[in-house]
Ligand binder design. Structure first.
Ligand SMILES: NC(=O)c1ccc[n+]([C@@H]2O[C@H](COP(=O)([O-])OP(=O)(O)OC[C@H]3O[C@@H](n4cnc5c(N)ncnc54)[C@H](OP(=O)(O)O)[C@@H]3O)[C@@H](O)[C@H]2O)c1
Length: 347
């Protein structure tokens, strides 16, 4: 579908904010909070499932009836599809002010209850486990139709391809890119020799740590062209992402227990609107004052007041660019495969 030149011009004055994976959880909560603080934004929900995206749009319009909300189809596990999505976005918008890269999967099959019960004896370890998931999550990683590991592609590489395909528009708009990372990100589970995490069992942690250092590389690469990348973490939040091993009714039943946990573990924020605090915070913050080597994490007080804690990223200085170069090579391979070239807005 093509958009007229006039429609593109109409966006010239309004901020354009794109959120991936915005139809539920933290992304949807952020969209709602954003429309409350900035009702004039042009909000683009980039989602893989059109019907769920449409439901999300209707939900947002119910509380923000005058909002301009567009839908764009995006499946971050489908590389060819991402090339098409980027073209659609370039046809639709003449600028992108904020690109929130939030879509993600954590395909946990079951919890490691043995580890959980052992940790009860050491309260500090228990709190760490509940807020990072370390040692608790057993994952099942699939392979995409492009032959990539699913978690790697969905959480990290698909978003990287989107950035590369939108590069000119992002630079022209001096955009800000915001990654939704996680407290589960751990250097220990990531290797530059296996960036897809083909040979391990902690693909989610690996993908989120890769995100943490890619954020640094993107700043090295793009700050001089006006593009800034930021890293946030929502804390632990009750969303669909846990539905395979911890359904929403369990969150409801155990809610009083989790409120108690929050007293000791303020990263255990529970509510999506509190989890979205770091996304809101970055939106209002000056780009220069947000540090590249910090993950801005949502915390909650016992009574549900949210605040942000900047957490330091541990990394070796050369690693971020080494990861960037590997992703860049992979991206170029798919460009050749699908015979597409970035920055061509036309088909
Ligand atoms: N919940 C937490 O405690 C927590 C903690 C740390 C970080 N996070 C991160 O927060 C982000 C949002 O997760 P959430 O907790 O809000 O869970 P969620 O409600 O399940 O949201 C995940 C979103 O990502 C979308 N998504 C999944 N695979 C996709 C794909 N291949 N292409 C495009 N979109 C895709 C989902 O779409 P569908 O509805 O179609 O599945 C959904 O909109 C994720 O990156 C997650 O890793 C969450």
């Amino acid at each position: 579908m093509s958009i007229s030149f006039g429609a593109k011009m109409a966006e010239k004055e309004e901020k354009v904010v794109i959120i991936t994976g915005a139809n539920s959880g933290i992304g949807l909560s952020f969209a709602d909070r954003l429309l409350t603080i900035d009702p004039t934004v042009v909000l683009c929900l980039a989602c893989r499932n059109p019907s769920r995206a449409d439901t999300a749009k209707k939900t947002l319009l119910a509380t923000h009836p005058t909002a301009r909300i567009d839908l764009v189809r995006l499946d971050t596990s489908d590389i060819k599809g991402i090339f098409e999505t980027a073209k659609n976005i370039k046809r639709k918008y003449s600028r992108i002010d904020f690109l929130y890269l939030n879509a993600g999967i954590m395909p946990v099959t079951h919890l490691n209850w043995k580890h959980m019960f052992k940790s009860i004896l050491t309260p500090l370890q228990l709190i760490d486990m509940l807020t990072t998931g370390e040692g608790l999550l057993n994952l099942q990683d699939d392979t995409t139709k492009d032959g990539l590991k699913s978690i790697f592609c969905t959480n990290l590489f698909g978003h990287f391809v989107l950035i590369q395909e939108l590069e000119d528009l992002l630079c022209q708009s001096q955009s800000r890119i915001i990654w939704t990372s996680s407290s589960n990100a751990d250097k220990m589970h990531f290797s530059l020799q296996d960036i897809q995490h083909k040979h391990g069992t902690q693909g989610y942690s690996s993908s989120k740590y890769a995100m943490d250092i890619l954020n640094i590389a993107l700043n090295e690469k793009y700050n001089n062209r006006g593009v800034f990348s930021h890293l946030i973490s929502p804390g632990v939040v009750a969303t669909n992402i846990t539905s395979t091993f911890f359904p929403s009714w369990m969150w409801s039943v155990l809610y009083p227990v989790f409120l108690l946990v929050r007293v000791f573990a303020p990263r255990f924020v529970i509510e999506p609107s509190i989890g979205a605090e770091s996304m809101v915070w970055v939106y209002g913050e000056d780009r220069i004052s947000v540090r590249s080597d910090r993950k801005y994490t949502s915390y909650s007080s016992a009574i549900g007041n949210s605040y942000i804690v900047p957490e330091e990223i541990e990394y070796e200085p050369k690693e971020p660019m080494m990861l960037y170069n590997q992703l860049d090579k992979l991206h170029k391979m798919f460009q050749d495969k699908y015979n597409t070239s970035s920055n061509t807005g036309e088909q």
